[in-house]
Design a protein around this ligand. Structure first.
Ligand SMILES: Nc1ncnc2c1ncn2[C@@H]1O[C@H](COP(=O)(O)OP(=O)(O)OP(=O)(O)O)[C@@H](O)[C@H]1O
Length: 323
């Protein structure tokens, strides 16, 4: 097996809020190797964006890394000096943002911005424009020259997302983080962007992390998946096992809730009963116990991480039984 390109190791991140400390990530670990597309799934508030922000090193001011590491090619990037962190961002590790409208400057043309994103490259401006044009064509923009002259508001949401993907690829990053890349789009645009990402992954030489709350995106794009709940990774599996033999009750509940997994669309979608625990006072036992149909007295104690196979594990007292 190849060495990990990216390794998140037992990461704990706390937010300092007006109402006390909130444990957003609690011992989260993840590995991504060259060539892999990794999915990170979970419902809103489970810590997906915090995890993504730690990889690109753009954590909000209120965040404190209390322990753990994020290693890129073996170096803990959270502990690099700010200069070195900036040098990695965009060049080695790049992000495709959820809402490209906020990622782009509204008063600059796409051409000016796509040139700016290449500020670290020691090549003439004309070459930067050529590279931008080539990437716009690669992501399926029908008229790259016209796109370069456009302002962000002159493009549709789907087209903006294509440009955002081109922008992320400009410096040839080896880790690409896509934070909910299709959430702001309608169903047709979503299908087109998924198609584009699938197409790109064929000749991409790095690792891609796709953050989503939509299991359909995972099924279409990813090789392996980390399921997050209340700041913890509760299950890790290859995509096939995740859908056909999920071991954590939360993963099963997520699959039952995902409309993409009903062959016949139903008018009433099931939702998981209950709410995420308050992360200011996280439970000492299993975080999902209060919502879990299988919960028993033992679930009030911290669950073990049970290794089901070399590629699947689940943080659950009951994961050792039959799927
Ligand atoms: N800047 C912040 N200050 C304080 N708390 C925060 C901040 N950002 C996130 N949180 C809290 O941290 C927890 C994890 O949030 P995060 O945004 O990482 O989850 P998420 O799974 O990405 O959710 P979403 O899908 O809604 O973005 C939540 O309880 C959230 O309220």
């Amino acid at each position: 097996m190849t060495e990990p390109l990216l390794e998140i190791d037992a990461l704990n991140i706390t937010y300092h809020t007006d109402h006390g400390k909130l444990s957003a990530l609690r011992g989260a670990s993840l590995i991504a190797r060259t060539g892999e597309v990794i999915g990170i799934v979970g419902e809103s508030g489970c810590g997906k964006s915090t995890l993504a922000a730690s990889v690109i090193n753009l954590l909000p001011q209120a965040a404190e890394v209390t322990s753990g590491a994020v290693r890129y090619k073996g170096t803990d990037i959270l502990r690099l000096p700010p200069e070195a962190q900036r040098a990695l961002r965009g060049q080695d590790i790049a992000m495709i943002f959820q809402d490209p409208m906020t990622a782009f400057n509204p008063v600059l043309t796409m051409g000016a911005q796509l040139v700016d994103f290449q500020h670290a490259a020691q090549i003439p401006r004309a070459e930067k424009l050529t590279r931008a044009r080539a990437l716009l064509a690669r992501v399926g923009m029908p008229d790259p020259d016209l796109t370069l002259r456009r302002y962000p508001h002159q493009l549709s949401g789907g087209m903006r997302q294509r440009v955002a993907i081109a922008a992320a690829l400009l410096m040839n990053p080896t880790v690409l983080v896509a934070d909910e890349p299709t959430t702001a789009l309608d169903v047709t645009m979503e299908a087109q962007i998924i198609h584009l990402l699938r197409d790109l992954r064929r000749d991409y030489q790095g690792a891609i992390l796709v953050i989503t709350h939509h299991l359909g995106v995972v099924a279409e794009l990813c090789d392996r998946v980390y399921v997050m709940y209340a700041g913890e990774v509760v299950e890790e599996a290859v995509v096939d096992d995740l859908f056909h033999a999920p071991r954590h009750p939360y993963t099963r509940a997520l699959i039952a809730c995902d409309p993409g997994h009903f062959e016949q669309p139903t008018p009433i979608l099931p939702t998981i009963q209950g709410r995420l625990p308050d992360l200011r006072t996280p439970p000492t036992g299993c975080s999902f116990a209060a919502r879990c149909p299988l919960a028993e007295a033992i679930c009030a104690t911290p669950p073990p991480r049970i290794q089901i196979s070399p590629t699947q594990s689940a943080l659950c007292h009951k994961a050792g039984g039959q799927p």
